[in-house]
Every structure is written in structure tokens, then in C-alpha cells.
Write a protein that binds this ligand. Structure first.
Ligand code: NAP
Length: 238
């Protein structure tokens, strides 16, 4: 029986690359994002058949519950959950509006907690169940101009390690992947040469390169509660 993988934020960027790689490896996908048309377009572009696309704002508990109930009903139990839904609102703290702080925390941190909570019961019934949350290297190291974003990503580290401890006895693994700069819509506006110079490998990562590392975490049966940094060496220079 094929494994069911739910990718939150699967319509674009890193989540889309993860969805494609998992579909190539024979998984059935449930692609979630706020924009249903975009999620549907991604699901339709994947190899294999019967992929599901749903509109779901991960920061809204009722939408998360509804989406995961629909997934259970239409596809059965979940093997993999990848939390790639995320937003950035870069600004110095003095210029960051409280509503932007809340939006970052609600999407990046609360959203991941809500989807994990909604998926866990279903994952108890599958072999090899695993969750990968997408954090960020700035959640580990901090970055001027990204206080609220970093806080939301740093929160994911504590959450991931705690959940890994909670569910290890049920054979569900939970890991955090922390990318550096990756070429997606989120970084499209970053044109500054100094950004490139700060990356030891001298280039942004590609979504496919992050997807490979997500696959490694999903398929490694003895790895849990870990943070895997995929950043071209950026952390070494921070
Ligand atoms: P992206 O290209 O902007 O894609 C973001 C995805 O998240 C889209 O599918 C978007 O779809 C979805 N999304 C945003 N808010 C959502 C919400 N409230 N509910 C459900 N889906 C939502 O960004 P990306 O670069 O792939 O980023 C993916 C993850 O990696 C994020 O968590 C980001 O913080 C993290 N990250 C990225 C980088 C980088 O350099 N790109 C570096 C470190 C960490 P809709 O707009 O349709 O909802």
C-alpha cells in the first residue's frame, strides 16, 4: 500500500519540491496551502495519480481540523507530514507591527503545532511514521531584521525536540530541517551581493536540494529529535 504524505505549504517553493520528490518515490500526496487553485495545480503536476489538494490556512485551527478530517476520509492514515507553510515579514524590531509579529507566530509556529496535533492520531496507525518541520538557520543563529521570524523558527526547535520525546514510544519520529537561503518566492527580493558572499558555497540552495534532505529525515528510521542544517555552510559564517 502506498504511503500518504501531507505537505503543508506544498503548493510552492520548498514544499512543492518535497511533494514532487515524495510523489516520485511512490507516495500519495495531500498538498495543502491557502490558495486552493495553486495547491490543485501542484497536485496535478505530480507523477502518479490520486493526489489530493486542499485549501487550508494552517494558522486557523478549524481549517486544520477540517482539512485533516477530509484527508483521513478520502485517503486514510498519514505516514509522512512535512510542515513547510511559512511566511516572512522582515523588518527591524522597532518597525515591526504587532500584527506582523502575530502573523509570523501564528503561521510559522502555531500552524506547525496545529497540523502535528491534527495528524498524530492517524500516524499512530502507520509503519515508519515521520514528521519534518521546516525551521530556519536564523532560528538557530538569529539575524538582524528578522527578530519575529527568528523567534517563530526558534520556537520550532523546542517544539520539535519535545514532540519527538512525546511520540518516540509510538514509533513516530519528528525532526527539524533548518535551511539557509533557498531560491523561492520568499527570497526573490534578496538581490544584495553581500548575502551571496556570506554563504561559503557561494550560492543560494535550490528547493530540490532541501527536498533531498527532507527525504533523508523522513526515511531514516533511527533519527529523531534532530536539527539538520542545510545552508551551504552559512551557519559557519554567522
Ligand atoms: P514560499 O515559496 O513562499 O512558499 C510558502 C508556502 O507556504 C506556499 O505553498 C504558501 O502557499 C504556504 N503558506 C504560507 N502561509 C500559509 C498558511 N497560513 N497556511 C497554509 N499554507 C501557507 O516559501 P519557501 O521558501 O518555500 O518556504 C518554505 C518554508 O521554508 C517556510 O517555512 C520558510 O520559512 C522556510 N525557509 C525558507 C527559506 C528560504 O530561503 N526560502 C530559508 C529558511 C527557511 P499559499 O500562499 O497558497 O498559502
Amino acid at each position: 500500500m502506498s504511503r500518504l504524505a501531507v505537505v503543508c505549504g506544498g503548493s510552492r517553493g520548498i514544499g512543492k519540491a518535497v511533494s514532487r520528490l515524495l510523489a516520485e518515490r511512490g507516495c500519495r500526496l495531500a498538498v495543502l496551502s491557502r490558495d486552493e487553485a495553486a495547491a490543485k495545480a501542484t497536485a496535478a503536476s505530480l507523477p502518479g495519480a490520486d493526489h489530493l489538494a486542499l485549501s487550508c490556512d494552517v494558522s486557523k485551527e478549524q481549517e486544520v481540523q477540517k482539512a485533516f478530517e477530509a484527508i483521513q476520509k478520502q485517503c486514510g492514515n498519514i505516514t509522512y507530514l512535512v510542515n513547510s507553510a511559512g511566511i516572512n515579514r522582515d523588518a527591524l524590531l522597532l518597525r515591526t507591527k504587532p500584527e506582523d509579529m502575530l502573523a509570523l507566530l501564528h503561521t510559522n509556529l502555531l500552524g506547525t503545532m496545529l497540523t502535528c496535533r491534527a495528524a498524530l492520531r492517524s500516524m499512530l496507525h502507520t509503519q515508519g511514521a515521520a514528521i519534518v518541520n521546516i525551521g530556519s538557520v536564523v532560528g538557530l543563529r538569529g539575524n538582524a531584521g528578522q527578530c519575529a521570524y527568528s523567534a517563530s523558527k526558534a520556537g520550532l526547535e523546542g517544539f520539535t525536540r519535545s514532540l519527538a520525546k512525546e511520540v518516540a514510544s509510538r514509533n513516530i519520529r519528528v525532526n527539524l530541517l533548518a535551511p539557509g537561503f533557498v531560491r523561492t518566492d520568499m527570497t526573490a527580493a534578496l538581490k544584495d551581493e553581500s548575502v551571496l558572499r556570506s554563504i561559503p558555497l557561494g550560492r543560494f540552495g535550490e528547493p530540490d536540494e532541501v527536498a533531498q534532505a527532507v527525504l533523508f529525515l523522513l526515511e531514516s528510521p533511527y533519527v529523531t529529535g534532530q536539527v539538520l542544517v542545510v545552508d551551504g555552510g552559512l551557519q559557519l559564517a554567522m
